[in-house]
Ligand binder design. Structure first.
Ligand code: CUA
Length: 336
């Protein structure tokens, strides 16, 4: 059969395409939201498990395909009943029993360390639509409320008490350890023992509605003394507005009713529906990883949250003028 001369040749061959795509695929394994970049023992245990499983799977794949090739191409003649029986006994019973048994024992030996009890802070995280309510239980019995960001001291195991308001979410910081589902009306518990200071990224890992993919957070692992200083600062009331524009923003924030949903400790805003904004300007991201924390980002969010996070419960404040939104943004950005 001759080739149709009108048929266009593809721009790149299949082989070239695979070679070009490979770096992109591997690039997905790097960075601060990768199971292959570990920030502590939990993630390292899981990464080791991943490599053991991967190598095992590759060996099995090669073995099975080799057998298939041998049986169909190299030695396609019928085999004796005895040979077939042995193949079933060894390949179908003995080999899987031994292999899966060894994997089970290996997996079980990893569990005590992954389930170790915490000796660090206790952090209550509640899944909301689509953000994270974060509450630190302090030793003196008080609670420090923040949102969309987890900070952890390095070298100790923090305990997470996970809960959800409406639907199932899943709490996951791939570089720090495994994931845990968050159920409405039930508290699940997990511990994480990060070792390497740095900023990692967490992501909701259970489909929870239209903005599930925008439900992320930053997890910063800090030296213990830095963490203590941060938590003290986080427990303090909000700073006063530092400029006339921020003062106008603070007044607008209250007069527009923002305080019905948001708390800014030290002011009349004491709402509990939305994220606590007392120190929102010091966070790494706005709206659960959706936007940065520049004044422009705050303005974009306040003007129309639904444009950035479809289905977000916060209404748009597009009835305000640009100057008014800018003033509120300046106020929020200054809440460090
Ligand atoms: Cu929350 Cu997906």
């Amino acid at each position: 059969m001759t080739r149709d001369p009108r048929a266009r040749r593809p721009l790149i061959s299949r082989k070239t395409g695979v070679l070009l795509a490979l770096p992109l695929l591997l690039a997905g394994c790097e960075g601060r939201q990768s199971v292959l970049v570990d920030g502590g023992a939990d993630a390292r245990i899981l990464t080791d498990l991943f490599w053991v499983m991967l190598v095992g799977a590759v060996v099995l794949w090669v073995g099975m395909n080799g057998l298939f090739y041998w049986a169909t191409r190299r030695n396609p003649a019928p085999h004796s009943q005895l040979a077939a029986n042995w193949l079933v006994i060894i390949g179908g019973i003995l080999f899987p029993t031994v292999t899966l048994g060894a994997l089970l024992v290996y997996g079980l030996t990893l569990m005590p360390e992954l389930r170790a009890t915490g000796d660090g802070p206790v952090i209550r995280v509640t899944g909301e639509q689509w953000w994270w309510r974060v509450e630190y239980e302090r030793e003196d019995g008080t609670t420090v409320t923040t949102a969309n960001e987890i900070r952890l001291p390095a070298g100790v195991r923090s305990t997470f008490l996970l809960d959800s308001k409406k639907v199932i979410h899943s709490f996951w910081v791939p570089s720090l350890g495994g994931k845990m589902d968050m159920f409405p009306g039930r508290v699940t518990e997990m511990t994480l023992g990060p070792e390497r200071p740095g900023i990692y990224r967490g992501q909701c890992a259970e489909f929870c509605g239209e903005s599930h993919a925008w439900m992320a957070f930053e997890a910063e692992v800090m030296a213990p003394e830095e963490f203590d200083a941060w938590l003290d600062a986080e427990a303090a009331p909000a700073v006063e507005p530092a400029s006339p524009e921020a003062s106008r923003g603070a007044a607008l924030f209250l007069s527009q009713g923002c305080g019905a949903c948001h708390a800014v400790r030290g002011t009349h805003a004491v709402g509990r529906v939305g994220p606590d904004l007392t120190h929102v300007g010091s966070r790494h991201s706005l709206a659960a990883g959706r936007l940065g924390t520049s004044t422009e980002d705050f303005a974009k969010w306040v003007a129309n949250p639904g444009a950035w996070k479809p289905g977000a419960e916060m209404p748009a404040y597009d009835h305000l003028t640009d100057a008014q939104i800018g003033a509120i943004a300046a106020y929020l950005e200054g809440l460090e």
